[in-house]
Design a protein around this ligand. Structure first.
Ligand code: AMP
Ligand code: GLY
Length: 422
């Protein structure tokens, strides 16, 4: 089988790495891919939003399955574009991807179907939004741009002035572009966060092993929000009892709600959860694999990923067994110094082969391959994943591997997975 994976980050590298282990997969293409993916797949210089070119490529190369990984092309209907030409594609169609593409949609869905989430209101003009914040007069308060905003569309405002500025930035100054046509204003919740990704074909839903992300740039959750500085799996607080609660109150009701809305979701549904004093609540949905959650979840998958994708597309997920290893995985992201703000790229990376020879899984996020060298090419550069029989072993292994890798201005968090109470 010939597979085309769409995307270029650490998540896509992990998907390609796992598909490469499938007995059924003979050739993998990746558009546009990166320096690490190029070692396993043929990278094709087509951007993720160039649907016509991607469809032509898939037709010309007789691709058996396309895997659309990032949010932007999913929300814009990439899967629909392939299916219209009779090409099998893994991922939700446009109607279903709205669960991530519009926070107003997802909040209203949760309210309508009694799925636990933070209290909220949606506004389509800034004056009403600000008046509401003033009436609530409760801080912090959470302000979210409705649409996709590269993971930056959520602002936690500590006081009225900051909240008013956030609304004005999003709605009047359009700092997130069209994503700011509406805002969701939501109560601030507290508690540890858990990410659970699930395969679903609209009839059956099978959760993957749990994970936790570290979003802030610096140790002890200090510094700016990032795309994710590291992950571990499993979450220490996600007990079987909690999983049962989530299945019953959140996962299955979400799948059924999407069916009831005529928006059957097929693909990976990502539940961003918070364990509050009042039970587990949904913080956000994503319509895809998480990044960098995928870098710790798929290495624990023992089953064939192609078979799972195939079963989801054919709506026979109930027929297959999905096996996970009982150990743990930790991913430490190595970033360019300065990320998520200004940083320099083009530095040579040393030590990847050495780390791999010791057992590291090195997933490339922002790299390029030039004249036989791997160079930094983005904010998040590498995700170094280690497996272990338990979390403590996996953490130790991950940091042992990280010590072997080096590039100018390299920055990483030293506390991934360490906090025991979350
Ligand atoms: P998102 O981009 O939706 O993942 O949100 C980014 C982060 O903002 C989440 O991971 C949470 O840490 C935080 N967040 C979002 N909504 C809330 C909320 N209602 N209360 C507290 N924190 C929140
Ligand atoms: N790790 C969060 C995300 O993929 O959106």
């Amino acid at each position: 089988m010939k597979v085309l994976v769409i995307g270029s980050g650490g998540r896509e590298h992990t998907i390609v790495w796992k598909l490469n282990q499938s007995k059924r997969v003979t050739k993998i293409y990746c558009a546009p891919g990166n320096g690490g993916i190029a070692q396993l797949a043929e990278c094709v210089p087509i951007k993720v939003m160039e649907f016509d070119k991607l469809v032509d490529f898939a037709k010309e190369n007789k691709i058996d399955m396309v895997v659309v990984a990032p949010d932007d092309p999913l929300a814009a209907g990439a899967v629909d574009a392939f299916e219209a030409e009779g090409i099998r594609a893994f991922g939700p169609n446009k109607a279903a991807a709205i669960i991530e593409g519009s926070k107003a949609f997802s909040k209203n869905l949760m309210k309508k179907y009694n799925i636990p989430t933070a209290d909220y209101e949606v506004f389509d003009n800034s004056a009403d939004a600000v008046a509401y914040i003033e009436r609530q007069n409760k801080f912090p308060i959470v302000i979210k741009a409705d649409g996709l905003a590269l993971g930056k569309g959520v602002i936690i405002a500590e006081n009225f002035a900051d909240a008013k500025k956030a609304v004005s930035d999003i709605m009047d100054d359009k700092v997130f572009g069209a994503a700011g046509g509406k805002v969701v204003i939501e109560e601030f919740l507290t508690g540890p966060e858990i990410s659970v990704l699930a395969f679903t074909d609209g009839k059956t839903l099978k959760p993957m092993v749990s994970a936790q992300d570290h979003k802030r740039a610096l140790d002890n959750d200090k510094g700016l929000n990032t795309g994710g500085m590291g992950t571990f799996s499993p979450s220490r607080i996600y007990t079987p009892e909690l999983e049962d609660e989530c299945m019953k109150n959140i996962f299955i009701p979400t799948m059924e709600a999407m069916n009831a809305e005529g928006r059957t979701f097929k693909g990976v549904l990502y539940f961003g959860l918070m364990k509050t004093a009042d039970g587990v609540k949904v913080i956000e949905y994503n319509c895809r694999f998480g990044d960098p959650e995928t870098q710790v979840v798929l290495p624990r998958l023992e089953s064939d990923l192609y078979d799972i994708f195939d079963a989801v597309i054919d709506e026979r997920l109930s027929d297959i067994e999905i096996k996970w290893n009982n150990g743990a995985a930790v991913c430490v992201v190595l970033a360019s110094g300065g990320y998520p703000q200004k940083y320099k790229t083009g530095y040579e990376i040393d030590g990847i082969c050495k780390a791999e020879s010791m057992g590291a899984l090195v997933f490339h996020a922002g790299t390029k391959y030039e004249n036989g060298k791997i160079l930094t090419a983005g904010g998040r550069v590498l995700g170094v994943t280690a497996l272990g029989t338990d979390l403590d072993t996996a953490i130790k292994n991950a940091y042992d591997y990280v010590k072997l890798i080096n590039f100018t201005d390299m920055h990483y968090r030293k506390d991934i997975g360490i906090k025991k109470n979350i």
